[in-house]
Ligand binder design. Structure first.
Ligand code: NAD
Ligand code: DAU
Length: 427
């Protein structure tokens, strides 16, 4: 792996992943394709380590000529696909964009990868290798195959429509990889005593967001099985950490609590997520790129099960400890948790709100030796501290187009519909 196309690299996880990659192997170059939607920002890419190895391209993953050009000109051998519309609440208000980016965009990338990584004339290669491999076998090519050279599998290959007949597993060099980043939300909702999701749990998505990710996952798998595209896929739980856009639970609660604003908890706040510190997610993806088997899916998660209310209360306690003087001038130390936890406000629930997610991560632990390095307590402390240390980033991000409009749209509607806002005292 020497030349990686990272889609969505100006977003939360993508930007963290780029930092992770640039801190590592100095032979690796990164091309970052991002449309800079409301969720992406060049602010997330300031002060990159070894920025000379990073090239930013503003563009859309649905733009096939652009993708073809990037794959060809940068001789891309690895694609790590983060770009997506990622916010469940926005998918409820505006599902169309999720269908376009998450499904059509993923399809566009797969088609471009297939065109770029398949040989012009694979018929001779197919006959050459057909005795060596079953076409459904997604393991790397056997070592007796000659490595594909520029004349046999070239980024400058023609762009005629490819069929199963002219692009197969046998025609793709084993060093190439398409990694698709997906979510635990495709599995739907668990009851309190259900076992955690495994890689074989049937899909049962609840929101337009998770349904669009589920669709993209199916298309990715179809490209592996039908065309032999060397894909790996991860389904990961809720991430948190530096650079997360403050419409998501944890950064939103940190910022509101700091400013003495209501902390809007959907429904009864007893929904359960499996939280993972973003750097641990980056490490897992990197391990999969290096040692994961093409055709395989891996679950990634943080191995914890707090309720949303517990998360919010922990954030309040951390802020009470780290910033004891509240925004109004009150000292929360007078009543240690009461000031910020007292801002917790129950609002109308999210439609179709999944109750519980939990990830069984035994496969990636067993096969690749990965497990989360951060406990939830450590990760939350580091995250709260990061937001305290980066007021300029917060101001810039909140000043970006559409953020305030979204906040008003989402939370005003919840209060209006619920009719009544109930507050709880923090215990
Ligand atoms: P994000 O919303 O912070 O970032 C998404 C990025 O994609 C943004 O920079 C945005 O500008 C870009 N983008 C959107 N549409 C695009 C398009 N059409 N073309 C090019 N770029 C486009 O998302 P995130 O939280 O960093 O999530 C990244 C990926 O990880 C997503 O695929 C998401 O489904 C998945 N995921 C996220 C989490 C999580 O907790 N955040 C957990 C599991 C999986
Ligand atoms: O599970 C992985 C998913 O995690 C990713 O696939 C998504 O891209 C990512 O956005 C995240 O989805 P969630 O919907 O779980 O994240 P969010 O931060 O929006 O919400 C987390 C929980 O907190 C969820 O149960 C809803 C609740 N919540 C959220 C907000 C924004 C609130 O109670 N109040 C809020 O204001």
């Amino acid at each position: 792996m020497t030349s990686i196309l990272i889609t969505g690299g100006a977003g939360f996880i993508g930007a963290n992943f780029i930092r992770y990659v640039l801190q590592g192997d100095s032979a690796v170059r990164v091309v970052n394709l991002d449309a800079l939607t409301y969720a992406g920002s060049l602010e997330n890419l300031r002060d990159l380590p070894d920025a000379t190895r990073h090239t930013f391209i503003q563009g859309d993953i649905c733009d096939r000529p652009l993708i073809d050009k990037l794959l060809r000109e940068h001789q891309i051998d690895t694609i790590v696909h983060f770009a997506a519309e990622s916010h469940v609440d926005r998918s409820i208000h505006n599902p169309g964009q999720f269908i376009q980016t998450n499904i059509v965009g993923t399809f566009t990338l797969l088609e471009a990868a297939r065109a770029a990584w398949c040989a012009k004339d694979v018929r001779s290669q197919k006959s050459e290798v057909s005795n060596n491999l079953a076409t459904s076998d997604l393991r790397p090519l056997s070592s007796d195959l000659r490595p594909l050279t520029a004349d046999r599998c070239s980024p400058t290959s023609d762009l005629r429509p490819l069929t199963a007949d002219n692009c197969s597993l046998n025609s793709v060099a084993p060093r190439q990889r398409f990694h698709h980043v997906s979510t635990d939300e495709v599995f739907g909702s668990l009851h309190s005593h259900d076992p955690a999701f495994t890689e074989t749990t049937p899909y049962d998505p609840s929101s337009p967001y998770s349904a669009s990710k589920a669709a993209s996952d199916h298309i990715v798998r179809a490209y592996a099985r039908t065309y032999g595209l060397p894909v790996t896929m991860t389904n990961c739980s809720n991430n948190y950490g530096p650079y997360q856009f403050p419409e998501k639970l944890i950064p939103l609660m940190i910022l509101n609590a700091l400013e003495g604003k209501p902390l809007p908890v959907y429904g009864d706040g007893m929904q359960i997520r499996d939280w993972l510190y973003v750097e641990d997610h980056c490490e897992a993806i990197w391990k999969i790129l290096q040692h994961g088997q093409p055709g395989e899916t891996y679950n990634i998660g943080g191995d914890n099960q707090p309720s949303n209310l517990e998360i919010v209360r922990t954030i309040c306690s951390l802020l009470d400890e780290l910033v004891p003087t509240a925004v109004s001038g009150q000292r929360s130390a007078v009543s240690p948790q009461s000031f910020r936890a007292g801002l917790i406000t129950f609002v109308k629930d999210r439609p179709g709100h999944d109750r519980r997610y939990a990830m069984d991560i035994s496969k990636i632990k067993r096969e690749l030796g990965w497990q989360p390095r951060h406990t939830l307590a450590d990760g939350l402390r580091q995250t709260v501290q990061w937001y305290l240390d980066h007021p300029e980033w917060i101001a810039a991000i909140r000043g970006q187009g559409g953020y305030q409009t979204w906040m008003e749209k989402n939370y005003t509607a919840r209060q209006e519909v619920s009719g009544q806002i109930s507050k709880v005292s923090g215990k």
